[in-house]
Design a protein around this ligand. Sequence first.
Ligand code: FRU
Length: 323
Amino acid sequence: MRTGLKLVSVMALMLFVCGCRTDPDSNSAGTAKPPAQGDQANWTIGMSQCNLGEPWRVQMNADIKAAADSIDEVEVVFKDAQNDTLKQRSHIEEFVNAGVDLIIISPKEAQPLTEPVAKAMATGIPVIVLDRSVLGDQFTCFIGADNKKIGKAAGEWIKAELKGKGKVIELRGLSTSTPGQDRHDGFVAGIAGSDIEVVFEADMKWLEPEARKEMDSALARFDNIDLVYAHNDPGAHGAYLAAKAAGRQKDMIFVGIDALPQEGIAYVKQGLLGVTFQYPTGGQEAIDTAMQILNGATVEKQIVLGSRSFTPDNVDQGGAAVK
Ligand code: FRU
């Protein structure tokens, strides 16, 4: 019975979002419902994902869905911005117009998504920002791992592995996204005081094909490369493939971040990566936090998730906590 009601509610919301309904006061038509009493509560959460082209983001949505599926009172409407910032800005406006009860956003870029998120907040809709942040503080809560800490741990691992000296390539995540900035800053702090030289760095925009292209350029320019630090595992894999095509993959170590079982962890087990650092999706925590907010609780402004590092030596024992 309730499932039927939820289905009708979500279908109505989707029609509305598609522009098939234009009446913003259409709550009575079964779009987002106001909270009811007790177990009759029925919440609609709008989730804007910046893209679904990468396994990590598919996993985030799956984690959100799994967490939400276990709660009768909540329904999540997912939208995929396909790596298009303007599309993602529209998502937020559509969710506001549809009158969802709460928005979760994993923004592609910080600055351009700041304003729509602030506007949603101004209409009274709570917003959880997940993994990549926006600017300022006009959101209810940010959930994500500490990217500076992960970057620093990567830098320290690299410093130890290279015994304080060597030539490194840094393949950076999208420079207009906060994890790209933080993983760089952390890394710089981690290698401080060493003779490690970053001979080439490029923005590979989190994308494996971009990383491969940038690595081709680096390989053409430098005969000696000791290590590649990529801000995510797809980037590290792209760099590995470029080096392999040049017959040079055994000359260097590859470092990545994310540690999905089927991606980074598998690469470590296959001997492709020297280390990967877990970057949890926060999907479960986002739904847990959303339920607290919807039930009237005040939540922490920043919810910081932990990370683990995985090397060939510890991967079978579940890795080691990043401190
Ligand atoms: C996926 C991704 C992950 C990375 C995260 C940073 O889009 O690039 O690989 O850890 O985003 O926001």
